[in-house]
Write a protein that binds this ligand. Sequence first.
Ligand SMILES: Cc1cc2nc3c(=O)[nH]c(=O)nc-3n(C[C@H](O)[C@H](O)[C@H](O)COP(=O)(O)OP(=O)(O)OC[C@H]3O[C@@H](n4cnc5c(N)ncnc54)[C@H](O)[C@@H]3O)c2cc1C
Ligand code: SF4
Length: 346
Amino acid sequence: MLRLPKFRYLQPKSLREALRMMADAGTEAMYVAGGTDLYPNMKRRQQTPKVVIGLGQLEPLRMKRGKPEDGMVLGAGLTLTEVCTDKRVRGSYPAVAKAAELISTPLLRNMGSIGGNLLLDTRCNYYDQNYEWRKAIHFCMKKDGEICWVAPSSPRCWAVQSSDCVPVMVAIRAKVRLVSTSGERMLDAADLYNDDGIQHLNKQPEELLTEIHLPPANGWRATYWKLRRRGSFDFPVLGVATCIKLASDGTVETAKIILGGVGSHPIEVLAAQKPLLGKKLTRETIQEAAAAAYPAAKPLDNTDYAMAWRKDMARYYVAGTLAELGGLPPGGQPPEGPLVGISSPN
Ligand SMILES: Cc1cc2nc3c(=O)[nH]c(=O)nc-3n(C[C@H](O)[C@H](O)[C@H](O)COP(=O)(O)OP(=O)(O)OC[C@H]3O[C@@H](n4cnc5c(N)ncnc54)[C@H](O)[C@@H]3O)c2cc1C
Ligand code: SF4
């Protein structure tokens, strides 16, 4: 059995106290919400904070406010269950509800928070192993080592952005609020992420994520498709979040297509969005967009399934999300492969 290392646990009662504790503890400290990512990482000695600051008693992180027509604000400490069962979220932000609902198991969704999901550590088969396993291969660049076992001549880490909610938040243009003793700032969700497996967040360690701002639900639609081995429990090895707005004549006014699980950051596929603008969603325009998404998906051999198949599936999923949003039946057959655990379109 893996055991947690020794650490000091602090339980602030207010936001101000939490920020002060973090400022005092400095780089030794990390925040914890549900702990469903941090504690397993600590058990495997991937993350080793000496001080852990629990967010469970901070009421401001547990609120929901606003109306979908003006935009809703979700406290970062809301559990995934609270998010995906909320009537307003389900009714007006179904892609957010769907992504949260597809995460892991009911027990973990009762513990895991939406904020923790947006700040999930990047994942890799050579990193998500216990200490002895990693030691046996002399560790890797992301923690304790020097080399990247996925791309040995690479100067960077290619660990994978594996959160289900991240691609959706980026696709719908959500924003996040980050707070520390030095002040606070609002950031587009897209700007929170970096294409680097180690420095994957544009966030200072002391910054607390307090709120997630969902935009007004005014005519755009979005959906999320997730690929994983088992229909429950597993992390995404591909996630496609697509958001479109149609003009009154049925042509596409705006489109955002974001790939998750195939890079160190959520990848916006500009080349797939362009051919849709000003056109109706037809089988032809959808195929054109899906074909353009194929080169953008660059999965590496550091998660589940063969990379070539995951790349093929990106094309199929982009087409599938667009067909769903356009009210068309899903066209074509998925590429041949181990077709199990596809969590969409249902
Ligand atoms: C078996 C298993 C399966 C899983 N499957 C999936 C899956 O399919 N999809 C998926 O997306 N995730 C999955 N997860 C990961 C995890 O359960 C979720 O991502 C969850 O939402 C993380 O939230 P948390 O509150 O538990 O995060 P924590 O573990 O508490 O924190 C995660 C990180 O965020 C930081 N943090 C948390 N809250 C804040 C805040 N408010 N401000 C600043 N920093 C903060 C922590 O310091 C830590 O670095 C799985 C986990 C397990 C163990
Ligand atoms: S991508 Fe390379 S450096 Fe990053 S976690 Fe995997 S093996 Fe380590």
